[in-house]
Ligand binder design. Structure first.
Ligand code: NAP
Length: 189
């Protein structure tokens, strides 16, 4: 499987390095090339890592992870171009954070809307990539029983708003190194 990455920040680097570690071909995309961070990342990886524009990352990827800052998510996809997106679905790990009032941030999209929903509407995305994403998660070490499929894009309203719970938990835990686990009764498994 080939992976496209949109984003040269910590998230793009972290996911990209994990995918290279699985011997996958990975292309890290940026708005324009050459990009210093992308070049430094490629230099630190093995032969399966490369860099290009956002459009080139889409062209390479069977699965494309969008790791740009959330506030510019739609803009990043417009930079890639509608042709690049044809037949592809970006897996968006960006958070639509609004720091205009300082920290902690607010969510820029809430309620009956979501960033993922806005992306789907703007680019008329129809494909579903659940199977390859679940395969990748298990390759990265998640057991299948711990991966929960929440359904269609409407569920993104909830997963994006989880970020606010995550921010509160980070304050309580005193670290960002934690995760949550769903514990269900046997009858609901
Ligand atoms: N889901 C999770 O578990 C999780 C965890 C942590 C963070 N995140 C989210 O992941 C995202 C990435 O975070 P990060 O810290 O790695 O990177 P970041 O600094 O938030 O974003 C860097 C990327 O955004 C692109 N970008 C900046 N301004 C842009 C614009 N005007 N138009 C288009 N693209 C633009 C940059 O492009 P260039 O390369 O061309 O400069 C770069 O590739 C954020 O939304 C963050 O909230 C998610």
């Amino acid at each position: 499987m080939h992976v496209g990455l949109l984003g040269t920040g910590t998230v793009g680097e972290t996911l990209g390095s994990a995918f290279v570690g699985l011997d996958l071909v990975v292309c890290m995309g940026s708005r324009s090339t050459p990009n210093d961070r992308a070049q430094a990342w490629v230099a630190a990886q093995g032969d399966t890592a490369g860099a290009g524009t956002f459009a080139e990352a889409f062209a390479v990827g069977d699965v494309v992870f969008k790791c740009t800052c959330g506030a510019h998510s739609l803009e990043a996809l417009r930079v890639a171009g509608a042709d690049a997106l044809a037949g592809k679905v970006p897996v968006d790990v960006a958070n639509p954070l609004d720091f205009s009032d300082g920290s902690p941030p607010r969510l820029a999209v809430v309620g009956d809307d979501s960033l993922a929903g806005q992306i789907q509407l703007a680019f008329a995305l129809t494909q579903v990539v659940k199977a390859p994403v679940i395969d990748l998660l298990t390759e990265l070490g998640w057991s299948r029983g711990r991966v929960r499929d929440l359904g269609g894009v409407a569920a993104a309203r909830a997963t994006e708003m989880y970020l606010m719970l995550w921010v509160s938990l980070m304050g309580a835990v005193g670290s960002a190194q934690f995760n949550v686990r769903v514990v269900a009764t046997e009858s609901s498994e």
